[in-house]
Design a protein around this ligand. Sequence first.
Ligand code: FE2
Length: 215
Amino acid sequence: MNHAWTRRAFAAGVVGGGAIVLTMPLLARAQQAGAALTYPFPAVPRNLGLTLAPTPSCSTATEAQTEGPFYSPRTPERISLIEGASRARTLVLEGLVMTPDCKPVANAAIDFWHCDDEGVYDTRGMRYRGHQFTDANGVYRLETIRPPQYPGRTPHIHAKLQGERTRILTTQIYFPDEPVANARDGIFRPSLLIAQQTAPDGSVLGRFDFVLTSV
Ligand SMILES: [Fe+2]
């Protein structure tokens, strides 16, 4: 699958809203939407720590968003998606996973996926895909690159989360330093903006707290 094809397929299938134009590989992926995460929860969660102030209140469940056509299940368990050869800006994203009454969700599984530094999703392998589990305090930490815009979409990261006793959440998170692209993107929601600090070298430290609902 070449890059141009991938971009065209995405534009046709999502931005154009045309499910009927999905080609077979994309249709197969779409049929996975909504399936529960099946990663085994670890017996002893890690302790990761936190450094940025929280994103808005845990009283409201995080807004769900479309999964899009590029989710892959059974990703590798890893905190870092960074590749040695990449020259893209690095992003460290961390935060809590909580319930609406502000209790941390330990051992929640989180699958992250996003496009590469050219705006293309790896649909054959696992580049920029990985899952992890929150620690004993409900904390996650993702080390990756700051994804770029691609045709029709503002920069974003996809996430799918599930705790041992929560409903599954599929959503996307966004960057506050992209106001023009965010405003043009019909899927973007302000409630899904991360808090972020940018270092002099351009690397980004971000925080986003996810709120899941109980089963
Ligand atoms: Fe996407």
